[in-house]
Design a protein around this ligand. Structure first.
Ligand code: HEC
Length: 129
């Protein structure tokens, strides 16, 4: 799995791409496989707060309401890169939206992004049970 993940990153960033460290393209492509992997990770790490269909509102222990990830509104940006940054770094200063960079690899983060984007586009008929 780790080897496959490293391979995916290596093949997705050819030498002619954007400068190193500038994530202009989604480094892990959205494929049926990454979306399914993202759904799995979402179920494990995100559903407790954002709900099975991404509607949000669960587990807010006095903090801000966990955002609806299935609507068209993005307070922190709705591009793949924006969502990846939120997942990676969390949202300060209180981090009711925790940072996941210690728990998820880059491939995992982008896989979750791709799953989250399916929630947003479809108005949430999909669920991560
Ligand atoms: C402990 C509860 C909790 C968990 C777990 C959690 N979140 Fe959040 N999330 C929040 C809260 C609360 C906010 C709103 C924070 C704010 O607006 O300041 C938020 C905001 C977000 C946003 C920003 C939405 C916008 O409108 O811009 C995204 C994207 C997001 N979460 C994705 C995820 C993903 C993906 C996971 C799993 C990897 C996850 N969250 C796990 C609580 C959580």
């Amino acid at each position: 799995m780790a080897a496959a993940a490293a391979f995916a990153i290596a093949t997705a960033t050819p030498g002619a791409g954007p400068p190193a460290g500038v994530a202009q393209v989604t480094p892990v492509p959205a494929t049926p496989e990454t979306v399914v992997a993202g759904a799995e990770l979402y179920r494990k790490y995100c559903r407790e707060c954002h709900g099975p269909a991404g509607a949000g509102g669960i587990g807010d222990e006095g903090g801000p309401r966990p955002a609806d990830l299935s609507d068209a509104r993005w307070d922190h940006g709705g591009t793949d890169a924006d969502i990846a940054t939120v997942i990676r770094d969390g949202l300060g200063p209180d981090y009711y939206m925790p940072r996941f960079k210690d728990r998820l690899s880059e491939v995992d983060i982008w896989s979750v992004v791709h799953f989250v984007q399916t929630l947003a586009k479809t108005g949430a008929p999909q669920t991560a049970q």
